[in-house]
Write a protein that binds this ligand. Sequence first.
Ligand SMILES: C[S@@+](CC[C@H](N)C(=O)[O-])C[C@H]1O[C@@H](n2cnc3c(N)ncnc32)[C@H](O)[C@@H]1O
Length: 261
Amino acid sequence: MKLLFKNYIDLLSIFIKLKQGYTLLLVAIIIMPLQGCNSQTKAPVAIETNEVYTYKRNDPNGIGKWYQGREIAHVMGFQGMDWLNRPEREQEENVSILLKNMNIQTSDVIADIGAGSGYHVFKIAPMVKEGTIFAVDIQEEMLAEMDYQKEIAGINNVNLVKGSEQSANLPENSIDKVLMVDVYHEFNYPLEMMLSIKKALKPNGKIFLIEYRGEDPNVPIKTIHKMTEAQSVKELKAVGFKFVENRDNLPWQHCMVFVLE
Ligand SMILES: C[S@@+](CC[C@H](N)C(=O)[O-])C[C@H]1O[C@@H](n2cnc3c(N)ncnc32)[C@H](O)[C@@H]1O
């Protein structure tokens, strides 16, 4: 009986040891991947503290992230699509003049970065019959809307591209003209985006940067969604673009032209 009892105690202690070991193993399995995750989430923070970007809460429509002394605005959600397609837009922004400013050739390869619902894309497509227009956006809903329009109109020279916050995802050395309407001020990573656009541009390519005039209090747009010419030139110069001119012929917006330095 005593022997039997001792064997039982031994068995019990083996079981407890096994259980402790198993628990340790379980803890190790759970903690190890978490540590892996931690090191992954730490990496971007390290990149972001290199002083290209600084952080300070200010405007409720801003993201609290600053670049070259300017707070970056929130990205306009796809829910604002109707505003982009508003009928009075032609009168407010004179898109026809904007397209004339671009001196579009039929063989041009154009990239509309932050194309939204395709307001400019589908006006440009018939103008580049032998060329292409890349319509880049980061929101699936915007790309889906453009895909739908492309289908119903039977258009085949519009290439839809899913961009990322840091890259336009365009082929290198392929673009004659880049159009950016009301988007640059909401790039979360303006430096990285402009470097990716620089790579995609042909050596004699041009950038048409269209932003609501920050200098003009009569333009009825929130301050953080506007840009001054001075600030735009400063930011594009910092990534190696040369300011050519501001066409200054649109009702509410700057039409600034840049080339590679
Ligand atoms: C205010 S809307 C303007 C849309 C269009 N350009 C127009 O004027 O009708 C800005 C668009 O830029 C897109 N966007 C924001 N950041 C972007 C980025 N890094 N790359 C590509 N698109 C971006 C948004 O998803 C949104 O559709």
